[in-house]
Ligand binder design. Structure first.
Ligand SMILES: Nc1ncnc2c1ncn2[C@@H]1O[C@H](COP(=O)(O)OP(=O)(O)OP(=O)(O)O)[C@@H](O)[C@H]1O
Ligand SMILES: [Mg+2]
Length: 349
């Protein structure tokens, strides 16, 4: 069976390794435990798993075990009989019953109370649930997939997670590496999200200048893909012009970047994009014509590259002329009306 990971963007080997395991485990009924830091795409992966399984036309029922108060979680999961407790005015099926034939996704399983953990273990072993206030079990055919951002082995040692349940869940472990360990995926994801948000916002595609791109690559992304996605949304709204420059990046990222920016601005010989990034530096080193390799190195196509250089020069001309357009146009050797047109096109007025 083909697996459908189309929504999960990335080309790193570490992500491809996860897909390989996914392809093997998806068609089975095995229990899967997905681990990974917050924002690494655990939910996305679990949804892909369900979509790629024989159960795909049956329900996918997620439940966040960390978000539901522990008194309510049991009846959410297993349902309750009429009169089981004060407000139980009628019988209500639980999520396991709703997921019959399909997949239940126990998200944040690490937050589950020890007493409930026993009951989950029982479902996994007996394939049977018992409603709160009910007598006798009811058979269910449900595949269980769980996820957590906690280190469950550690939780077991600390007595917060049942060892037997851990082993029962961990039949097939799927670990999503943090974004900082997915070499190259940062730029792929950044482009993907930025393009998507620009399209949604009805604006032209914007691109990163090499320094901004390098800083993003070096950042540690503690909030992983979610953090990256949110920042791209912000940039798609706030950036003037068609190029994301260093100054556009959030303070937090710039501060953590340290010398990453300097790395790019003082490149080895013959890195002309960086030369374009600082006219003074270029003058000091002597101008070097761009080569095709530069486009590849900075993942720009010809058009983006030329746009980038033009925008840099426009900005500099405006700066030295203190915003006086006549002077800026003169410095650039173009007509005032042409300058205005170019600025308009970039929302730089
Ligand atoms: N590889 C990816 N490609 C595209 N989008 C992604 C990718 N990974 C994560 N996302 C997006 O990032 C956000 C966070 O992903 P998700 O909710 O799956 O993470 P999580 O690991 O479940 O996080 P948490 O532990 O905080 O619950 C979502 O908007 C998701 O669509
Ligand atoms: Mg999640």
């Amino acid at each position: 069976m083909d697996i459908d990971t189309s929504e999960i963007i990335g080309q790193s080997t570490s992500l491809k390794d996860v897909f390989k395991v996914l392809a093997k485990v998806a068609p089975t009924d095995s229990t899967v435990l997905v681990t990974g830091e917050s924002g690494t795409g655990k939910e996305l992966l679990v949804r892909a798993l369900h979509r790629s399984s024989a159960r795909k036309d049956k329900p996918f029922v997620p439940i966040n075990c960390g978000a539901i108060p522990k008194d309510l979680l049991e009846s959410e999961l297993f349902g309750h009989e009429k009169g089981a407790f004060t407000h139980a005015l009628r019988m209500r099926p639980g999520r396991f019953e709703l997921a019959d034939g399909g997949t239940i996704f126990l998200d944040e399983i690490g937050e589950m109370d020890l007493s409930l953990q026993v009951k989950i273990l029982r479902v996994l072993q007996e394939k049977e649930i018992e409603r709160v206030g009910g007598v006798g079990g009811k058979k269910v055919d449900v595949r269980v997939v769980a996820a957590t951002n906690r280190d469950l082995e550690q939780a077991v040692l600390a007595g917060q997670f049942r060892e037997d349940l851990f082993y029962r869940l961990n039949v097939i472990p799927l670990h999503l590496p943090p974004l900082r360990e997915r070499g190259g995926d940062v730029s792929v994801l950044a482009d993907y999200f930025l393009e998507g948000f620009c399209r949604k916002g009805g604006r032209k595609k914007i691109v990163f200048d090499p320094r901004a791109g390098a800083v993003l690559d070096h950042y540690s992304w503690p909030g992983n893909v979610r953090e990256l996605e949110n920042i791209m949304e912000r940039l798609s709204i706030l950036v003037d012009g068609n190029i994301v420059t260093l100054e556009d990046l959030p303070r937090k990222i710039l501060d953590s970047a340290g010398d990453a920016a300097a790395l790019v601005s003082a490149p080895a010989q013959g890195a002309p994009v960086a030369a374009a990034a600082g006219a003074a530096e270029a003058a000091a080193r002597g101008f070097v014509w761009p080569a095709l390799a530069d486009l590849q190195k900075y993942r720009m196509n010809l058009r983006d590259f030329l746009e980038y250089i033009e925008e840099k020069l426009l900005k500099e001309a405006l700066e030295i002329s203190g915003g006086v357009k006549n002077q800026a146009a003169e410095a650039l050797g173009i007509k005032r009306t042409t300058l205005i047109e170019k600025l308009k096109k970039r929302n730089m007025e």
